[in-house]
Design a protein around this ligand. Structure first.
Ligand code: FAD
Ligand code: NAP
Length: 873
């Protein structure tokens, strides 16, 4: 089916006879991605050649012709949305279309836009070399052709390279062998045969019920049971069709700006706190909907909280047990070794019921692993089986297989395979440093496989095409990401994954299915919406993180597009949407009432052994405290804690989640003591109270269940300021013994003129105006330079070891760093933890900002080392 091409001329007027390229762009692959890219580039006036290893278009839907192959995203959404006319001309027949229908659709698209004339079929791209002098790629194909181009785009698919059979003896089998991913075009008749299926991922789960209809005997070899829910296939769902018909553009826009590329109502219901009725109701609705994103979104927190995840998982297992007659088979089919969603769940049509058929048998490879494949069949540790046919549904070398499978050599001859030997490294999942003018669609670091790929593919294609149009308009001919931008993106991709349960699974998302493949989380899990926003921002900021050059000149706006921790960004964006009045616009009593109300809405923090309220004597009356005792038998070391709140707000319970977290992580008694607040009691009242608290707690350690002299002071923000102040005083007055000080994003000076104060003046909760408001209430200008208010100006030698924690996006960051440096210079042992991507408040948001947990764990480890009896955390 290859097609002859007419003469092509590159946009810079070259026909390939001199030093210029033969075409502007070479695209590899003619699936969803390659087809749409060809259409868009051509419409923008670029000359394009597409090479495709297959004999026709379709990609995934050309190759995966196994019985039962269907999409698992509803066809209302798993479809091109770029052209309303196209949508009017094509009607999907089912909620989840079969492979033949999707292939027909892609052929229809190809013909409708006359795409074939620029596609060369049966041509595998084997190599591509960048020439830094000419600024061109030379692309080599299996047909012996070499084509030069300005831009080289791999639209080679992220599930297009079948995993090689990694089972001992596989080549020996003398019967028929099939791969779901390379199913024969003429079909396969398994009638009356003894058939083995190896693998129970989506391909296995879709094909097994249909293979069972033909086979005389079917034996399913299962290594890992997978979660599957019924697809409830039917005509396209009326609600989605209705929304599309009512306002197509709004529906498509909602998909583009959704988490997964499918319009969905997001929930804020948490698994742990929902009532049993609500849990059941939400689960049953998702089960009935038969949609992946519905079962993955029963609770807002099921992707991050093991307990919440387990609620949904167990409900699926219950359903499964009610379908499968034999309890032992049912139990073997129950997934228990991974959290729901951390391996791709499946949609099935009669999968579990298939195991009730008398001729179908499940072999649990966890109990009885395959020892070898023989000429006649499969041997496991417990039994020998004979088969006429083996079907491998064993998956793909996903995300990177097709990219590193081509010998792509960038600057200096370094290949992609070499560069990515320890794992992929990309900017936006689309580009990689050292490989100018190279783009990979749906590559690692993009949302691709975690999303409705039709939507993601359109976004990738649009971004690449729009960028090439921009380059042409500005006389640029080269684009390459900087290392800074790329490292920043890799970090962001890893940060997003780290707060989820995903890294805990042996999934193909983690590269775990291919022996020797680097173990990292390959796709971007921050969401289609956030990804799109990041890509748009890069263009809007004039190609932030890219180096561009050409006859039009040279430019590089270097930088990192996403620096905040993803959950911190989410919280900030949610707060911005609430349009809360600034605290400094309120009176102190109003601000206190507002903070109290907000505190009532947050998660309470982890369980501790005991909570005790009490009072202790202060210089101007009693000071209230709340004590948090670990569940383990005492006595324990003691942490005396002072809350944050700019000396104006807060009390002994205002940082309760943080105190509980500290208590659990350090196995220490945490005593959170209140102090007098400004403006009613100005500086140094708070410090006087803190000093009284230190003396009292030091003297009453045994009564509190503490170990005498095993005391650390800890505080956050203004509370950390008090810690620094009273630690200096304890040194000067010869006690009580303080073994260490934890200063969490401390206020250490009153100058308010540091770099961080300017950089982070607005937008990160603690703003510059708010900090000024705090100082104005707390302290007269004349007093602000005294060490009792600004401990950075005090004498620092002879102080106990300090743990100083600073947050990147905090106006107080630089004064925290300055304090750590000054302590160190004075000979005090200091551990400085710089919390990347965090704000002044985010580390205290226990149970909300999950990325803060890693930092608090580090704090606890260091704190444990300061206490007399370090404890395992
Ligand atoms: P592909 O469709 O994989 O096309 C890539 C093409 O590149 C292939 O034709 C391949 O032959 C060609 N190629 C690769 N390397 C070379 C080379 N070196 N030289 C020449 N040609 C080359 N996603 C969803 O969102 N929803 C679904 O329901 C869904 N169902 C799926 C079902 C199956 C069975 C599989 C395997 C995947 C499914 N996916 C689904 C993911 C699916 O891969 C994408 O939705 C989409 O089809 C990918 O399109 P693509 O063009 O990017 O890649
Ligand atoms: P997969 O999810 O990787 O599943 C492969 C299966 O084979 C797993 O059960 C795996 O077990 C097993 N396996 C692999 N090597 C084995 C070995 N040596 N011995 C025994 N068992 C072995 O692959 P897939 O089913 O082809 O699906 C891949 C992805 O393609 C899906 O996740 C999905 O994104 C897409 N897809 C979608 C649909 C759809 O419904 N639209 C259909 C098919 C595919 P382990 O889990 O233990 O590794």
């Amino acid at each position: 089916m290859s097609h002859t091409r007419g003469a092509r001329v590159a946009a810079d007027g070259n026909n390939g006879t001199s030093a210029g390229p033969q075409v502007d762009v070479v695209v590899v692959g003619a699936g969803f991605s390659g087809l749409y890219l060809l259409h868009r580039l051509r419409a923008e006036g670029f000359s394009v050649r597409v090479f495709e290893a297959a004999s026709d278009v379709g990609g995934t839907w050309f190759w995966n012709r196994y019985p039962g192959a269907r999409c698992d995203i509803p066809t209302t959404d798993y479809t091109f949305g770029f052209d309303p006319e196209l949508e009017r001309e094509w009607t999907w027949s089912e909620k989840y279309a079969t492979q033949p229908e999707i292939l027909r659709y892609l052929q229809f698209v190809t013909d409708r836009y006359d795409l074939r004339r620029d596609i060369t079929f049966d041509a595998r791209v084997e190599g591509a070399e960048w020439d830094d002098k000419t600024g061109l790629w030379a692309v080599r194909t299996s047909t012996g052709e070499t084509v030069s181009c300005r831009y080289y785009v791999m639209a080679t698919g992220c599930l297009s390279v079948p995993k090689a059979p990694d089972i001992e003896g596989a080549p020996r089998f003398a019967g028929e062998v099939y791969f779901t991913s390379r199913w024969p075009h003429e079909g396969v008749d398994l009638t009356g045969k003894r058939v083995a299926v190896v693998g129970t991922g989506s391909s296995g789960i879709q094909s097994i019920p249909l293979i069972a209809q033909q086979a005389a005997q079917l034996t399913v070899f299962q290594r890992t049971p997978n979660f599957s829910i019924p697809a409830h296939n039917s005509p396209a769902p009326a609600d989605r069709l209705g929304r599309l018909a009512a306002d197509r553009d709004a529906y498509r826009t909602a998909g583009k700006w959704s988490r997964g590329g499918v319009p969905m109502e997001a929930t804020d219901i948490l698994g742990g706190t929902a009532s049993e009725d609500v849990r059941r109701e939400r689960f049953e609705a998702a089960w009935e909907a038969g949609e992946l994103f519905a079962i993955l979104g029963v609770f807002a927190d099921q992707g991050v909280d093991p307990a919440s995840n387990e609620i949904v998982s167990e409900m699926i297992r219950e359903k499964l047990r009610s379908i499968v007659d034999d309890p032992e088979t049912a139990e073997a089919l129950c997934p228990k070794d991974h959290y729901l969603g951390t391996k791709r769940p499946c949609l099935d049509s009669g999968y579990y019921a298939t195991f009730n058929l008398p001729h179908v048998r499940l072999v649990d490879l966890r109990k009885s692993p395959i020892t070898t494949i023989t000429e006649a069949g499969i041997d496991t540790a417990g039994e020998s089986y004979e088969f006429d046919a083996i079907v491998y549904a064993t998956g793909f070398d996903a995300m990177t297989g097709a990219l590193v499978g081509v010998d792509v050599a960038g600057r200096g001859g370094v290949t992609l395979k070499e560069k990515w030997a320890d794992g992929p490294s990309t900017y936006l999942g689309l580009t990689t440093a050292g490989f100018p003018n190279f783009f990979a669609l749906t590559g690692p670091g993009s949302p691709s496989v975690l999303s409705n790929m039709a939507v993601s593919i359109e976004q990738h294609v649009d971004w690449v095409t729009d960028s090439l149009v921009d380059l042409r308009a500005t006389g640029m001919t080269r684009i390459e990401p900087t290392l800074l931008a790329e490292d920043g993106w890799n970090q962001h991709v890893a940060d997003c994954a780290a707060i989820t349960l995903h890294p805990t699974a042996n999934s193909w998302y983690m590269g775990a299915n291919v022996p020797g493949k680097p173990r990292v989380f390959y796709p971007y899990i921050g969401g289609v919406d956030n990804y799109r926003a990041a890509c748009d921002e890069v263009r809007a900021r004039d190609y932030l993180g890219f180096r561009l050059s050409g006859p039009g000149g040279e430019q590089c706006h270097d930088g990192v597009v996403r620096r905040l921790q993803p959950d911190v960004a989410m919280v900030l964006s949610a707060m911005a949407q609430m349009e809360l009045p600034p605290l400094e616009s309120m009176s102190p009593p109003e601000a206190r009432a507002f903070m109290e109300m907000s505190a009532g809405m947050r998660p309470p923090g982890p369980d501790v052994g005991e909570v005790v309220d009490g009072v202790l004597p202060g210089p101007a009356g009693e000071l209230e405290y709340r004590l948090f005792r670990p569940a383990s038998p005492g006595p324990h070391p003691v942490v005396l804690y002072f809350h944050g709140g700019g000396w104006v707000l807060g009390d002994q319970v205002s940082d309760e989640p943080l105190c509980r977290d500290l208590c659990v992580r350090t196995d220490a008694v945490v005593v959170s003591v209140n102090y007098r607040h400004a403006p009613e009691a100005r500086c140094p009242a708070a410090a006087e109270d803190a000093w009284a608290a230190l003396q009292w707690v030091g003297a009453h350690a045994i009564e509190l269940g503490g170990i005498p002299d095993d005391l650390v002071l800890a505080g956050w923000s203004a509370g950390a300021n008090l810690v620094a102040v009273v630690t200096q005083r304890a040194r000067d007055e010869g006690g009580p013994v303080v073994r260490g000080q934890l200063l969490l994003t401390p206020a250490t000076d009153s100058s308010m003129d540091t770099g961080s104060f300017e950089e982070n003046a607005d937008g990160y909760v603690l703003t510059a105006p708010l900090m000024r408001w705090f100082w104005d209430h707390y302290c007269d200008p004349g007093q602000r330079t005294e060490p009792t208010a600004a401990p950075l100006r005090g004498r620092l030698d002879g102080l106990p070891p300090a743990i100083v924690v600073t947050a990147e996006f905090d106006p107080l960051r630089d004064e925290g760093i300055a304090y750590a440096e000054a302590l160190r210079a004075a000979g005090v042992p200091v551990e400085h933890l710089a919390a990347r991507g965090h704000t002044h408040t985010s580390l205290t948001m226990v149970g909300v900002v999950l990325s803060g947990a890693r930092v608090r764990e580090e704090i606890a480890l260091r704190l444990g080392a300061l206490l007399r009896e370090p404890v395992e955390v």
